[in-house]
Design a binder for this molecule. Structure first.
Ligand code: SF4
Ligand code: SF4
Length: 211
């Protein structure tokens, strides 16, 4: 073990549990597959032969290295010795508590992910396109008044007048702009206010797109 935490298996000191790999030196061909495979650093290679130097770090019930050893040099105690041990030491009360904690952690992770997802789906910006006659109705002034001290802004304002003569004759013009949240919060409440203003100003909302 690399840290100072006690090596416990469902509350029982690992040293008391009869589960460990045994290597038959004669059968080992030194391929190092067990050494490379075991994530618990149970093995070291000595004189071209695998040695289980930290057998109590073996995961109880794991037989991976034994399964892949090309010569069958690694063996483990019979499984029924573990089953008997589990019954005798009544590990299942502890297992139940551990499982409850695991469910709690999994639920907390799921809730956090769901909250994160919801946050990512919030739009903090929207593009608006509208048409109408803007000059006399001073739409931009009203829009500025609407902004007031609210934590939003209006950017990229563009007014398109079809022709100079048309403008003089009060033909409809087009305006586009974007609204943004300065606090990176949901733009929807402000978008509704802007839409109401557009309607109130007698203009036509061509499109509103949250981005
Ligand atoms: S996998 Fe088997 S043969 Fe290969 S080093 Fe380990 S014990 Fe030896
Ligand atoms: S059985 Fe699993 S944990 Fe135990 S020594 Fe082999 S690979 Fe490592």
């Amino acid at each position: 073990m690399t840290d100072n935490k006690p090596n416990l298996w469902h509350g029982i000191p690992r040293e008391e549990i009869p589960w460990r790999p045994s290597v038959d030196d004669e059968a080992c061909i030194g391929c190092q597959l067990c050494y490379i495979t075991c994530g618990r650093a149970v093995y070291e290679m000595h004189d071209g032969v695998a040695e289980a130097v930290d057998p109590m770090n073996c995961v109880v019930g794991c037989t991976t290295c034994g399964n892949i050893c090309p010569t069958g040099a690694i063996t483990f105690p019979a499984l029924d010795s573990i089953w008997k041990f589990e019954r005798e030491r009544q590990i299942f009360r502890t297992v139940k508590k551990e499982a409850a904690r695991k469910h709690e952690r999994a639920d907390a992770i799921k809730s956090r992910e769901a909250a994160q997802q919801a946050l990512e789906q919030v739009s903090t910006r929207a593009s608006i396109e509208l048409a109408g006659e803007f000059g006399d109705k001073r739409f931009l002034v009203r829009l500025e008044e609407l902004l007031g001290d609210q934590p939003y802004d209006v950017v990229n304002v563009r007014l398109e007048v079809p022709t100079v003569k048309g403008a003089r004759q009060k033909a409809p013009s087009y305006m586009t702009f974007e609204i943004t949240s300065e606090e990176q919060s949901d733009i929807e409440p402000f978008l509704q206010q802007v839409k109401a203003l557009i309607h109130d100003a007698g203009l036509v909302l061509v499109s509103d797109t949250k981005v």
